[in-house]
Design a protein around this ligand. Structure first.
Ligand code: SF4
Ligand code: SF4
Length: 549
């Protein structure tokens, strides 16, 4: 075994990738990611002491969230990036130790913890150590499972906190919790019960982080509104933007204004189309293509440069790799990277000049899709929605938020959406929507039957909508609402969405297309017994189950 990773839904045989990732992550990179996480845990132990003594620094918070985010599936495949970050982590760890000693902390106490005292003298030593500190370093499979659920939840929190931070929004309480939880995953005195409680606490902070990002996005760019998005092409050359970072989108739109270059969205950037602040740009064209795993085809035909602001990047094909640019914590050896700008603004001129030399995109489809049903917009429509529920025009809502992926078994979600009775409405967020958002599913009283709230982080909107409906209908429990949860997951941001829903008390969530490999049988049993968590079956059986037939 050269590596062990089971953090995403595509883990080999639903057990774990051991030689190379199904995502193409090499064993070397996988192990270095483990060492970076291990380093961040050590830094967290120290920084909690620094907080007690009143000298936490913002750069430490930034370093931790960037490090966690960079290890999320399909974010960064670049070995050099991880070697560099690990070296920086050791530097940060040592400077924190010095400061703590100066503040009176006993140095020998700090050296007792192996995560705080390991040393290296060469990169090859780093690689050797990296192979020893991964997931399997925890022998007990239940403790390992709970530690990893917490760590993956924290990766999701880190991703959302990163985007909020880009817009100037941060919350010290979230950072402090992340450090406590990271430190707890190193602590052998923490038992099963405490870890189970911490899983739910991670969900609580997931809700807070998504609320923070929602505030950051909506106060900066306005509330998403109902929008018809063109899925065809225009005649100018274009730049395709993927990922989740709205600040990058804003800066690129500003810098492309008047250049004759259009800007399109791909994958999880589609919901940028719903924000009022971006609609003022006449060169903001529509959405090109669909979800992340189809980029090998869609980046080919797009013809112009592509900017990956976050995941999900797949290894680019030679035919278009010179057109793919990364930014933020995204990385892939050999791709051009747009760094942070000196004054907090990035310089996208190289991509813009590149676009001018390219052909316009090749048309792959025509038409429109509709979205923009985040919590504010749905609240404006509340009367209509409530009336439709009371009259029976809407029998049930299906939350089908989450992820898309390349495996064939995800066709289940398309078939499920098609088979749903016409008096049901799908509430969605995340890239799972591409499995059914172009189907002619019709409307109910003028409302589309697929209501797209936005990106995966906008799953927060779906929780807000459910809480609002609970209030309007005067119910004591969220689970009394006519809402079923049939969620698709893929990577660690979806893990935090799931933990957030569990924390909010949502029961009987069906999670597919397979349950996570990182759930040990005992941990899975707890989730089944306590929360009614279930996998998916056949479309026919699941429909009967959900509709009580
Ligand atoms: S991220 Fe997923 S596909 Fe990639 S190595 Fe880990 S489990 Fe395998
Ligand atoms: S919806 Fe899922 S796969 Fe898509 S970007 Fe979000 S977390 Fe990743």
């Amino acid at each position: 075994m050269s590596m062990f990773c089971y953090q995403c839904q595509e883990a080999l045989k639903n057990v774990g990738c051991t030689q190379i990732g199904v995502c193409s992550k090499t064993a070397g990179v996988a192990n270095l990611q483990d060492l970076l996480i291990y380093s961040l845990k050590g830094i967290s132990v120290l920084n909690l002491k620094a907080r007690e003594l009143g000298f936490n620094r913002e750069e430490t918070d930034k370093f931790i969230i960037e490090g966690l985010f960079s290890t999320v599936t399909n974010v960064n495949f670049d070995k050099k990036f991880f070697l560099e970050r690990i070296k920086q982590a050791v530097g940060l760890r040592e400077s924190l130790k010095t400061e703590l000693q100066q503040a009176g902390v006993d140095a020998s106490e700090l050296e007792k913890n192996p995560a705080l005292s390991w040393k290296y003298s060469s990169e090859s030593e780093l690689e050797t150590l990296a192979a020893k500190v991964g997931v399997l370093a925890t022998a007990d499979e239940d403790i390992r499972s709970l530690r990893e659920i917490i760590t993956y939840g924290l990766k999701g929190i880190a991703a959302y906190a990163y985007h909020a931070r880009q817009l100037g929004f941060r919350d010290e309480g979230i950072h402090e919790f992340m450090e406590k939880a990271l430190a707890a995953t190193l602590d052998d005195s923490v038992g099963l019960e405490r870890y189970v409680a911490m899983v739910l606490e991670t969900g609580k902070y997931g809700v807070e982080t998504m609320a923070l990002l929602d505030k950051a996005n909506t106060s900066t760019y306005g509330h998403p509104e109902i929008t018809k998005v063109d899925i065809g092409v225009r005649q100018n050359p274009g730049i395709l933007v993927s990922g989740h970072d709205l600040k990058d989108m804003e800066e690129l739109l500003e810098q492309t204004a008047g250049t004759g270059v259009d800007v399109y969205t791909h994958g999880e950037m589609l919901p940028a189309q719903y924000y009022p602040a971006f609609k003022k740009y006449p060169h903001f064209a529509g959405n090109y293509g669909s979800s992340w795993w189809l980029q090998y085809k869609e980046f080919e035909t797009f013809k112009g440069p592509i900017l990956m602001t976050t995941n999900c990047l797949i290894p680019p094909r030679d035919s278009y790799r010179d057109r793919v640019y990364t930014t933020g914590v995204v990385g892939f050896s050999g791709l051009k990277h747009i760094p942070e700008g000196k004054y907090g603004r990035k310089d996208f001129s190289e991509i813009i000049e590149h676009a001018k030399r390219c052909q316009p995109p090749v048309e792959i489809e025509r038409g429109e899709i509709v979205g923009g049903f985040a919590h504010h917009q749905v609240t404006l429509l509340a009367d209509k929605v409530v009336e439709a529920v009371k009259s029976g025009a809407i029998r049930r809502f299906f939350v089908m938020a989450g992820c898309d992926g390349r495996m064939k078994n995800r066709e289940y979600y398309t078939e499920f959406a098609k088979a749903l009775p016409k008096d049901t409405v799908i509430l969605t967020a995340g890239c799972a929507k591409y499995r059914y958002n172009k189907l002619p599913l019709g409307e109910i009283g003028g409302l589309p039957r697929v209501l797209d709230a936005g990106q995966c982080n906008d799953s927060y909107s779906l929780a807000v909508i459910a809480l609002k409906l609970k209030e309007i209908f005067g119910l004591a429990d969220l689970n009394e609402l006519p809402i079923s949860y049939n969620i698709a997951w893929y990577e660690q941001k979806a893990v935090i969405v799931l933990l957030a829903l569990l924390y909010l008390g949502v029961k009987n969530i069906h999670l597919g297309p397979t349950l996570p490999a990182f759930l040990s049988p005992n941990v899975a049993k707890v989730l089944v017994e306590k929360f009614g968590l279930a996998g998916v079956g056949t479309v026919e059986d699941d429909l009967k189950l959900f509709l009580g037939q």
